[in-house]
Design a protein around this ligand. Sequence first.
Ligand code: GLN
Length: 289
Amino acid sequence: MSGDRLTLQGLYLLGKKRLSALPGGADNSPMEAQFLWEKATGLSWRERLLRGEDPVPEEGAAAFFSLVERRLAGEPLQYLLEEWEFYGLPFLVGPGVLIPRPETELLVDRALEAVEGCPSPALLDLCSGSGCVPIALGNKLPEARLWGVELSPDALGYFRQNIHSNGADNVTAVAGDVFSLPEEVTKRRYRVITANPPYIPRDELDSLQAEVRWEPTLALDGGTDGLDFYRRLPGICLPLLEPGGWLILEIGEGQGAAVAELAREAGFGAVQIQRDLSGLERQVSARRP
Ligand code: GLN
């Protein structure tokens, strides 16, 4: 009987096979199966290699198969894991908050350059979601003070938990709408303002990857042409920046020229478009003269 028991390695292999049915599955299924296996069994990949022939506890197997089926039904891997890494730090994620994307790490890189030489800068992040940008910045800049504004109560809940779990004492999560910023935020001047606002054109929302449709529309819907936030943010941010301070915005594919123009019209100088590692236009940075 014991010879028929499912082993730790056998469980992983069954999951990997099931997950290869996902679009692009053959490439990703080893990684996805490994992550879900770790989540369900509470063990690390080393233990799969060292103790692969050990039997799986029943609850572990049930938990794993349930995660695999949810994944096959389209739930994002990151929501199933309940945690995802950004800039080397762990972030709690789940339904109601945008999953931190690797390309958004560029906002952090650029903001770090912009505060070089400032001993204890103030930074503001808008549309903060999980809080990944201000928390990553706060981690790199222990002498800085940071504020992040988020409208969605669900996302704000994740943001606050992520401040706590990362011990980011220099970051404050503020509930609010970027189009009518609370006094707590407007009473100060900042060296840098970052934002990854919603920028997907509304009629493209339905054609996004299946996983993205599990994420909150509020974090994605940028209006008819995707530019709604870029029309207003430069004007809102200019007076909140110190002279010489930087506005750094993540943008979507093909939005560089339009966003750069909107920043110039609002009175910004030194407007630049930066590309990500895939060569796509990914952010616009602009300086208050
Ligand atoms: N980068 C996200 C995506 O492509 C969009 C995030 C946003 O709208 N800010 O799905």
